[in-house]
Design a protein around this ligand. Structure first.
Ligand SMILES: Nc1nc2c(ncn2[C@@H]2O[C@H](COP(=O)(O)OP(=O)(O)OP(=O)(O)O)[C@@H](O)[C@H]2O)c(=O)[nH]1
Length: 468
């Protein structure tokens, strides 16, 4: 996989991770919401259960009083049903809200709604997480409720003509006394006992409500705190991801792309191309080394180019380079119709010289000829070594008259120059030939005429200049 693809995949991963984070946050918020809905339900249910205790006490009074007033046995049944349900001796109706006994007074409905569970109300309360102190209040109410039930049972006994025998059992001893039963259940003492039951229940409900409010507040505070943690974490991780992305892009990906481009330019032969990547890491040192390598290549190529065009011994244009330049100048001269002259130089009796002084001194003489000749030339003139001891000169924009002057100057300069060997002056002379380009010339003809002019000088006794 290349870096470009990796970069795209990395960006995609970043988006996916960010989306996952978003999902997690949304999920956490959802959990909190669910939790708060659950807590809300729990709170409502707890209050319902607490209210049930108060309501059941009220319902008992209502059933007991209705019974003694109407004499209808059903109300006595309901009375004991309420006690049985509250104590867990009888299954709870499916829907048992505090107002149950107001709305479900038909036996059929009651039977249908029954659930197959028998749980005492106080157990339900314990399960709902009521505290010990709250449950103590209920116990207190329960104990007082029992007292009230004794009065109610006494009233029920009066309805049947039974009286408490003092041992807790009621035995029929006389005629039913409905009036006294009613009086008993509406007496100030009954009222007092009733109030005594309600007081701890009121306290209990207030305590539960208070506790639930505190719990809800605490939960909300905790919820906010965790939400902030999650948001903070999300922001930090997003920032980190952005910083990492920025770093990877600027310090790794873009420099690599630039390096690939620069290396490609060098590979395609642009040896002057250089990398401008300057990051402080391995890619930076790769860039430096690429530039070093390009420097070496450029230097070696230039050296090779120079070697290919320069004569090794005397350091001027070699035959190939000279011929190339001559062709170009010839074409230019033909195109623009400007004069062009060619000079030919050949060392006189050089074989004898070599034989006399040795090849190495012969080489020095060739160098000396180059040196003194070049002093005579103009900037646009070109001197090349076209044979062992044979040199040629291109004189652009020059007619034959001036070319002869230049040739003569070269000849004279060589004639004046000398080497000192073993304290003795030694020198050579040269024969010069000159010619001007004609419209019919090609390189071959042009060279041949210059050669012929030079041989004319040789034939005439050497160390002189002729033209053709
Ligand atoms: N030292 C040295 N001698 C060279 C070099 N190239 C050619 N020569 C010598 O130049 C000499 C040329 O000799 P010839 O062609 O016979 O001509 P010449 O002796 O100069 O006689 P003319 O040209 O007739 O005056 C030969 O002895 C070559 O060895 C070189 O690079 N260095």
């Amino acid at each position: 996989m290349n870096i470009s693809t990796g970069n795209k995949i990395g960006f995609l991963c970043f988006i996916v991770i960010l989306s996952m984070w978003g999902y997690v946050v949304a999920h956490i918020i959802g959990i909190f919401d669910l939790r708060s809905i659950k807590d809300e339900k729990h709170h409502v249910y707890s209050l319902n259960i607490a209210n049930e205790l108060r309501q059941s006490s009220d319902d008992l009074t209502r059933m007991a009083r209705t019974y003694v007033v109407t004499g209808n046995e059903i109300y006595k049944e309901y009375y004991f049903d309420i006690i049985a349900i509250r104590n867990g001796d009888s299954p709870r109706p499916k829907k048992y809200p505090p107002t149950y006994w107001y709305t479900s007074l038909t036996p059929e409905r009651f039977a249908l709604d029954k659930l197959d569970i028998q749980v005492p109300l106080k157990n339900l309360m314990r399960d709902m997480g009521f505290t010990e102190s709250e449950l103590l209040l209920l116990q207190q109410s329960q104990a007082r409720s029992d007292n009230l039930m004794n009065i109610e049972k006494q009233a029920f006994a009066l309805m049947k003509g039974s009286y408490n025998d003092g041992k807790g059992t009621f035995t029929p001893k006389g005629v039913p006394d409905n009036a006294f039963a009613i009086k008993l259940l509406f007496s100030p003492q009954y009222q007092q006992e009733k109030i005594a039951i309600m007081q701890p229940i009121q306290k209990f409900i207030a305590a539960v409500e208070n506790r639930l409010i505190i719990e809800a507040d605490e939960f909300q505070t905790k919820q906010k705190k965790y939400l902030w943690y999650v948001i903070l974490l999300l922001v930090i991780s997003t920032l980190m991801a952005l910083i990492i992305t920025f770093y990877v892009r600027n310090k790794i990906v873009l420099p690599i792309f630039s390096l690939v481009h620069d290396a490609q330019s060098i590979a395609e032969g642009d040896y002057q191309a250089r990398s401008k990547v300057s990051v402080e890491n391995e890619i930076g040192s790769l860039s430096k080394n690429l530039n070093k390598m390009a420097n070496h290549i450029e230097r070696d190529i230039n050296k090779l180019k120079q070697m290919a065009t320069t004569d090794e011994l005397v350091g001027i244009a070699n035959r190939r380079a000279f011929m190339k330049s001559l062709q170009l100048e010839l074409e230019r001269s033909h195109r623009y119709q400007v004069p062009l002259c060619l000079l030919m130089l050949d060392v006189d009796y050089f074989k004898v010289f070599n034989d006399t002084y040795g090849h190495s001194i012969g080489d020095d003489v060739l160098k000396l000829i180059c040196k003194v000749s070049q002093l005579v030339l103009r900037e646009n003139d070109l001197m090349g070594r076209i044979g062992g001891e044979e040199f040629a000169f291109i004189l652009p924009a020059t007619n034959i008259d001036f070319a002869l002057i230049v040739a003569e100057r070269i000849r004279a300069a060589v004639d004046d120059a000398f080497l000192i060997i073993d304290g003795k002056k030694i020198k050579v002379t040269v024969s010069m030939g000159a010619t001007q380009l004609t419209n019919e010339d090609d390189v071959g003809l042009f060279l041949k005429r210059a050669d012929m002019a030079m041989y004319k000088s040789k034939d005439n006794g050497r160390n002189q200049t002729h033209y053709f």
